[in-house]
Design a protein. Structure first.
Length: 246
């Protein structure tokens, strides 16, 4: 299995404070890789470095052979690394279908021959993405009226509209009922199994983490303190006792 994303010695400083402090991370294509750690560990900062929202202070970041460290978010997204963001509140009155169509338009905006392609294909392509996240029956529903779980599924759909190879999910099951969490887990597993998508996720719920992940990276105070196959990390008593409170 080839490595899709490789971070080497990645650092992000805010003044003299290193929120991400020399992180090495290797994510194999087609796997689900969780990044966990207590609050303040540096997970969000790491995600912002991966998506280009923040520039690394030093270190390397390679995505499929491209050095992406410091490249702007739109460039990184076009290369195939997309994050699902909590964006549904921005256009609360747009329907699910309109939202996903808008995301597809943004992906295609540089294509010259898109006008002819547009009208015939856009709805079909949007419905395919909507179906993939299980929202077909809500296509014509305003996003503001969706349940919390369905809004998060829509956010995944908006990211999938970028046709990414690597999807970043920041706490995908946060605030969800057990039923909604199970559906999100099944959705993420399906993306990897059926579409070969690679997923990096940050998650607080340890049952979800160890139920879903191939690999787990544990961060603490900006550093990686454990890293490996999920079963190995779970069996690391020191990590589990000190950092995960179990
Ligand atoms: P996590 O997502 O694991 O909770 P964060 O990446 O959000 O951790 O934060 C890591 C540390 O970096 C925290 O101590 C936080 O206060 C600090 N930090 C994050 N962003 C900034 C910023 N823009 N300026 C200063 N400090 C920051």
């Amino acid at each position: 299995m080839s490595d899709l994303l490789v971070a080497s010695g990645l650092v992000r400083a805010f003044g003299s404070f290193h929120a991400v402090d020399g992180v090495d991370l290797t994510v194999a294509e087609g796997t689900i890789h969780s990044v966990i750690g207590p609050n303040g560990a540096g997970k969000t900062t790491l995600f912002r470095l991966l998506t280009g929202i923040l520039r690394p202070t030093s270190g390397r970041l390679d995505f499929d052979g491209d050095q992406i460290g410091g490249k702007p978010p739109d460039v990184v997204a076009r290369l195939g690394l997309a994050q699902a963001f909590q964006t549904t509140n921005i256009f609360p009155r747009m329907t699910v279908l309109e939202s996903v169509r808008a995301a597809l338009v943004s992906r295609h905006r540089r294509t010259r021959d898109m006008l002819s392609w547009f009208h015939s294909r856009l709805t079909d392509e949007a419905m395919e993405v909507i179906d993939r996240v299980g929202l077909s029956e809500f296509a014509d529903v305003e996003s503001q009226t969706l349940s919390h779980g369905d809004q998060r599924a829509l956010e995944v759909a908006l990211a999938l509209a970028m046709r990414p190879r690597l999807l970043l999910l920041d706490e995908p099951t946060a605030g969800m009922s057990p039923f909604e969490s199970q559906r999100m887990v099944a959705l993420v597993q399906g993306l990897t199994r059926d579409m070969g998508l690679t997923v990096i996720l940050s998650e607080h719920d340890m049952d979800t983490v160890f139920g879903i992940s191939d690999e787990v990276t544990v961060m603490h105070q900006g550093k990686v303190i454990a890293d490996g196959p999920a079963a190995e990390v779970r069996a690391n008593d020191e990590v589990m006792a000190i950092y995960l409170g179990s």
